[in-house]
Structures are given as C-alpha cells and as structure tokens.
Design a binder for this molecule. Structure first.
Ligand SMILES: *[C@@H]1O[C@H](CO)[C@@H](O)[C@H](O)[C@H]1NC(C)=O
Ligand SMILES: *[C@@H]1O[C@H](CO)[C@@H](O)[C@H](O)[C@H]1NC(C)=O
Length: 590
C-alpha cells in the first residue's frame, strides 16, 4: 500500500495524489463539467395543473419532488403559444421567427408529416452542439418539427439531422384522429375541403361538357379529358380520404425507420417510458442528453387503463397523473444507475393549457391557474407562462423559488455551457445562461425584455425593471374572445393572431405583473405616474429588437404546410402505407 512506502518521497506523493483527485470531474462544485441532461417537456400542460404551482386536487408528487429538491421558476415563459414554434425556439435558443418557424398566416403549426416545412437544416440545435462535445443524445416522444424537404426519405428536418443520435417517437403530434375511439378532428376539416374542391371541379367539368354538346362553348376535347381525369382523381381522394389522416400522420419511428403506421395507441405510453429508461441504462457510462418530449397531456389524452378514473379531474386529470408517474419512473432509473448527482433534470411544458378544448361539457385541455388566456394566445400569460423546474442535487440549492423572468430558450446556452461548448457566434441568440441565477450567484435573470409573439405578430412585451423589481407588460394587440368576455375563443376553437381576430391598443394595455399577475386591471396615465415613461422605454426596445430581425424562408407558408404525396413517410409502397414492426411481443409490461 502506498502509505507503507518509506521512501523519502512519500510525504509528497500523498498530497499530490489528493490534488489530482480533486481535479477529477464532479468532485469540485465550481468546476463541474459535462453533467447528464434529462429534459422533460410536457405537451399543452397548464401551469395550474401542477401541485407545486398551487393545484391541490391533482396529484403530481414526482414533479413536486423535483421542485422540493431543486429550483422552481415562477415566471418561466415559452417563446410561442403553440407546439411547433415554441419547440423550435426551445431547440434553437432563438425566437421562432428567426428560423422561419412561426406563422405568417392561419397555419400556425406543421399539419402533415408530408409537408415540406420544418426546422431548417442550417439551424443549430443544442443537441448538435452537445453531440460535438461527446454527448450521447436522444429524443424520445414528440418532434413536430417536420420530416422531409424534397423527397420521401431525405429526412432533412428529422431529429437525426438535428443533433440527435437516437430518436424514438412521433415525428408529428398527437391528434384525436390517432385514437380510433375518438372523433377525428383533422379528418373532418380535410374531407370538407376536399369535398368542396371535388364539387367545384366537377361543376366546371359538367359545364364544359354541356357547353361542348350544345355548341355554346368551344372546348378542346383534350381539355375535357383533362378536366374529367381531375374530377375523377378528386372524387377518389375524397372518397378514400376517410380515416387516412391516421395513416399519414399518426406514425411512430425509431431513428429513420417507421415502426408503426398507424401507431398502436394502447402501447405508446409504455413504449415511450421503456425507451427512455433503456436510453439512460445504455448511456450511463458517458455524458448523455435525454430529451423526453411527452405526448401527455395533449388530446386525445392517451391514458393506460391503470390510470383511468383515478383522478378528480376526469380523463385530463388521469392523463396528467399518469405523466407524473412516468416522471417518477425516469427519476427512479436515474437513481438506480447512481446518476442522481451527475444529472441535471429539467421539467417544463411547451406552452399553456388549451382552454377551448372541451367535449360534452368536459374540459379536455389544461388549466392555467390565475393567469388569463391559454394555448394559441401569444400575449396573455396563460398561453406562455409554464412550469419550469431544475434539479441537480449538490449543485443547485434545494427548495428554491425564483420569480425572475426566464425563458424556455434559456435551456440552450445553459446546457451548452455546462457541456463545455460554445453557442453559435454567427447569429442572434435570444436565450441566456441560467446557471448563475439557478445557483444563487446572480440575483437577476439577464432578460430585461421578452417579446411575446403570436405567429409573426408582436402582441406584447415584458420589461423587467431591475432596479425596482417591477415587471411591466404592454399589449399592442389582444385576441378578441368569442363569445365576448368568455376568456377564450370558444366559437373558433383557438384565438387568432391578426386581422379580424384581434383588437389593437393605442396606447398599449399596460399591466404590472408583480402586482397584477392575472392582468385584470390595465393601468392608465391617470393611475400610473410612470405610464408614459414605461411605454416609451418598451417602444424603444421594440425598435431595437426589430433591427435584429432578418427575413428568412417561411417554413409555415401555405406551400410548405400542404400535404405532398411524394413526401409522405411510408413503410410500404405508397399509397399502401401500413406496418406494425413493434409486434405484440414487445408490449412492455411496466
Ligand atoms: C387543478 O387542475 C384541474 C385540472 O386541470 C383544474 O380543473 C382545477 O381547477 C385545478 N385546481 C386548482 C386549485 O388550480
Ligand atoms: C439559413 O438559410 C436561410 C436561407 O438561405 C437564411 O436566410 C438564414 O439566415 C440561414 N440561417 C442561419 C442561422 O444561418
């Protein structure tokens, strides 16, 4: 043994070894590098749905436990109120309009796996940087950032092209069409549009035929044949479209291959959980990034039987409680592998709960607590203020609550710096490193202004006045609720971002969030002595912000969101796309 060596060097050797040991990773809090990251992102979960954010009837003990052992952010803000743009911002650390991932029209998310829009190949996700830093990177669950650009298998927008070594999950998003027992939401709209087009082209053909027969219109027979073929094609597509949305959009993939088309919803939850745990087990010996992007608690609320009828809030509550249980299972796996102290766990939701989603008087969307508005509303807090929790035992102080404004875009620089990487220098980054704030080394977040977009339209701006602690919020536009005063757009299903759907405010509606978090009482120049000063200050910030914007290709333009048969991911020979490679034997028993 080294201590028994009686050479004259031994008194020197021991301290030397000790000093070397001190430099080993993880032994010294200020030099901690390359922790594992487990990022848990819920879908459509409202801030009011979680126990540690004030819900006393829904049971979320595992998420609450993360807050107890870590840091809870009370003002954690999504960059957009809908999945596609919010997730694009999360992955790139930039406002979604910088990557062309926010809506210029009424198409505000990706609608088809067979659209051509998606996260542009020249955007750099944090996963890509972590990959270069030697991390093993996995995405399990929902993507909703596009698949192909020009051909069926170019996979230009696919997770594996965006820095993930491993992908298991849905390239698209859950919709009610995916569950055979539900009323299909997309099918209906799609079929209606197709039917109208079929009727129109049929009418034109008929007129042309009659015109030619009666000699009133001179139409070439070739034009007539063309029209007839088109009518027939439209009629066939309309006739066969029934139920096809499920085959086109509800698919599961492992890496580049389709495993289920359509997905078998009974298995999805257990497979996602099993894949997540197995990813942790496979990668425990090197630094890893696991982005578990839940399909919970998005409608149609896939819930396994074990959890049905257990909560006090119907199917929605059951689904949230099941997700919390899944969080617990993932945390158990981290513990079991002895990775508790070397893993930074993050939990958040992509945006607020969906108020308009009801069926037969049952609330199927989330609950945003005391905050006004919800999903699809870019300005009101309910659409963008979400749960945000970090846990890293031994590094982040346990049981801390931070009220500073932070953004989901902050995850990017935070994980990149911890991984020893550098954020891209050739573009504007909007996220800020959160570590100093989370560790208590900084009193304030670095965000002075946050811009709240609805599509590409700037609806509101938040100004954190650091010297007074005030958080001002000015709304330039707000959605017009329907019916009036209802607090949401029940007549339309979601609120709009522009045009007839919004009210413009000049001067802007101003609130001070630390006094009035529910945005109930707008301030005026009469009641607020700083009114004009605040509005001017925010106005200047908007001008400055606008100067940093440059035009980029619109990923959600009509030509990019429409369904293109030649881009349809298909596990057979198009249009015969169905397969089940998971098989019943793989049905996980968890
Ligand atoms: C808890 O969540 C449920 C389900 O969304 C909701 O109906 C209820 O109002 C919430 N309770 C509180 C106190 O926020
Ligand atoms: C990506 O390419 C588009 C189109 O050429 C360009 O407008 C955009 O600035 C590029 N983005 C980055 C981050 O380089």
């Amino acid at each position: 043994m080294i201590w028994q060596v009686t050479s004259p060097w031994s008194p020197l050797v021991a301290p030397l070894i000790f000093a070397l040991l001190l430099q080993a990773p993880f032994s010294h809090p200020s030099t901690i590098t390359q922790p594992n990251f487990v990022l848990l992102l819920a879908d459509d979960l409202g801030i009011g749905d979680v126990g540690c954010y004030g819900n006393d009837t829904i049971r979320t003990p595992n998420i609450d436990g993360l807050a107890k052992e870590g840091v809870k952010l009370t003002q954690h803000i999504a960059a957009a109120p809908l999945c596609t743009p919010s997730r694009a911002a999360f992955l790139t650390g930039r406002y979604p309009l910088r990557s062309g991932m926010d809506a210029v029209n009424d198409y505000r998310v990706i609608f088809w796996n067979a659209g051509s829009g998606g996260l542009p190949p020249n955007e750099t996700t944090f996963a890509k940087i972590l990959q270069h830093q030697g991390y093993s990177t996995g995405l399990i669950g929902k993507w909703h950032q596009g698949v192909n650009c020009e051909s069926r298998n170019d996979h230009c927008h696919h997770p594996l092209k965006h820095g993930f070594d491993y992908f298991y999950g849905m390239p698209f998003t859950l919709i009610s069409d995916c569950q055979t027992t539900e009323t299909p939401e997309m099918d209906r709209a799609f079929r209606r549009k197709l039917w109208i087009s079929t009727q129109m082209i049929g009418l034109i053909t008929l007129t042309a035929v009659l015109g030619r027969l009666t000699g009133l219109i001179s139409v070439h027979w070739r034009t007539l044949t063309c029209l007839a073929v088109f009518s027939l094609l439209f009629f066939i597509s309309w006739f066969s479209s029934y139920g096809f949305v499920r085959y086109w959009n509800c698919i599961m993939m492992r890496n580049h291959g389709i495993t289920e088309q359509p997905m078998v919803t009974d298995r999805t939850t257990s497979l996602i959980l099993r894949e997540s745990i197995s990813f942790i087990e496979r990668n425990k010996h090197k630094p890893f990034l696991l982005f578990l992007s839940f399909l919970h608690s998005h409608t149609p609320l896939l819930t396994t039987e074990k959890f049905l009828g257990r909560s006090r809030h119907g199917l929605y509550g059951d689904n949230v409680e099941e997700m919390d249980w899944m969080v617990g299972q993932v945390l158990d796996a981290i513990d079991k592998e002895g990775l508790r102290e070397t893993t930074l766990v993050y939990f958040a939701s992509d945006h607020g709960g969906w108020l308009e989603r009801q069926e037969g008087g049952r609330q199927l969307g989330g609950w945003n607590g005391i905050y006004k508005g919800g999903k699809a509303m870019g300005g009101w807090e309910g659409g963008i203020r979400v749960p945000g929790i970090f846990r890293w035992p031994g590094v982040l102080p346990a049981g801390t609550v931070i009220d500073e404004p932070t953004s989901l875009m902050d995850i990017y620089p935070t994980v990149v710096h911890l991984a020893g990487g550098e954020v891209p220098q050739d573009r504007v980054m909007d996220g800020r490193d959160l570590l100093p704030l989370l560790r208590g080394a900084a009193a304030h977040s670095e965000h002075e202004f946050l811009f709240h977009y609805c599509g590409v339209h700037l609806h509101a701006v938040r100004w954190h006045q650091k010297d007074t602690g005030a958080v001002w919020k000015a709304h330039y536009m707000t959605p017009i609720f329907s019916p009036p005063g209802a607090g949401a757009c029940y007549d339309r299903g979601v609120c709009q971002c522009f045009g007839e759907g919004v009210a413009h405010h000049e001067p802007p509606l101003l609130f001070e969030l630390s006094q009035d978090p529910s945005e109930a009482k707008p301030l005026s120049a009469d009641t607020e002595p700083f009114f004009d000063t605040v509005i001017r200050k925010i106005g200047r910030a908007v001008e400055e912000h606008r100067r940093t914007l440059t035009p980029v290709p619109e990923q959600l333009s009509v030509s990019n969101v429409v369904w293109k048969p030649w881009l349809q991911p298909c596990c057979g020979t198009f249009p015969f796309c169905w397969c089940d490679k998971e098989g019943d034997n793989k049905l996980a028993d968890l």
